[in-house]
Design a protein around this ligand. Structure first.
Ligand code: ADP
Ligand code: MG
Length: 280
């Protein structure tokens, strides 16, 4: 495929209404891993906390247009997309105005379709990854209506499954009413600790419940993953060899493999090329 051929990108939302389960870590490192295997990736930071934005070393002063303006159609996604230190990875930064966007959206026409209308167009990207806020709010609903599929990070802790049925029901509702192609791309177990018996029990329970929807790849608890954002780098660039980075590279391969077998078909390259990462 020509490097700059515009196409309608695959849109994947990283979502779970619980905070601190590894959404942002997953969105940033999955996006980086996808770009490292040659995919052109746009990461969209839909959380007003802006952790994905700062984790990629984007400063407030550099931002000319944020996801807020994109959401309300004031600028195009391409106008607001910013380069990162990772080749092939661009980001649409978050904005503090997002916290008020919920209320503004309520009285807007086609309020569930704002993000879809902004994003569903040909662009020079293969994937758009959306880092969702920790709620099932109108913003998250906009992400679901805009998406092809949803990737759910699940922390290996006692209450992991709590709230998951609510999330699944919300996805089903969006599928019925707004977006018939929507599906769960997969569930990824995060912060897995092999020394903790509970981690193994939770993993088993989740696999019994969701079967092959659960990725084979498990993200281990790994301090390098939590250190990387303070250096303004994805873990995969900060320390590619650490167990956490290796797991995210593996996850990206599974995500691409599932895209190829899904009915909405993804990128058509037959092989997943080997990983190349160098910060620009
Ligand atoms: N696999 C992991 N190992 C260690 N720390 C992690 C891991 N995944 C996430 N973290 C840390 O846990 C916290 C919450 O993760 P984050 O990705 O921000 O979750 P969310 O976006 O769901 O709120 C962050 O401080 C992050 O650095
Ligand atoms: Mg987050």
């Amino acid at each position: 495929m020509e490097q700059n051929t515009p196409k309608i990108p695959k849109i994947i939302s990283v979502a779970n209404q619980k905070g601190g389960v590894g959404k942002t870590t997953t969105a940033v490192n999955l996006a980086t891993a996808l770009s490292a295997v040659g995919q052109r990736v746009l990461l969209l930071d839909l959380d007003s906390q802006g952790n994905a934005t700062t984790g990629l070393d984007i400063r407030r002063s550099q931002i000319e247009g944020s996801v807020y303006e994109v959401l309300f159609g004031d600028i195009s996604p391409l106008q607001s997309a910013m380069k990162t230190k990772v080749p092939n990875l661009h980001v649409i930064p978050s904005s503090i105005h997002l916290s008020g966007a919920e209320i503004e959206l309520v009285s807007t026409e086609n309020r569930e379709f704002k993000l879809r209308n902004a994003l569903r167009q040909t662009m020079p990207y293969d994937y758009i990854i959306i880092d969702c806020p920790p709620s099932l709010s109108l913003l998250t609903l906009n992400a679901f209506v805009a998406s092809d599929s949803i990737l759910v990070p699940l922390q290996c802790e006692f209450y992991a499954l709590e709230g998951l049925s609510h999330l699944v029901k919300t996805i089903e509702r969006v599928k019925t009413h707004f977006n018939p192609v929507l599906d769960i791309q997969g569930i990824v177990l995060t912060m897995y600790d092999p020394r903790n018996k509970l981690s193994a029990q939770v993993a088993e329970e989740v696999r019994n419940h969701f079967g092959e929807k659960v990725y084979n790849t498990v993200i281990p608890r790994n301090v390098r993953l939590s250190e990387a954002p303070s250096h303004g780098l994805p873990a995969i660039v900060y320390d590619m060899k650490c167990a956490g980075s290796q797991a995210y590279i593996q996850l990206a391969r599974e995500v691409i493999a599932r895209e190829k077998t899904s009915p909405n078909n993804g990128p058509k390259n037959d092989d997943v090329p080997s990983v190349r990462v160098n910060a620009a």
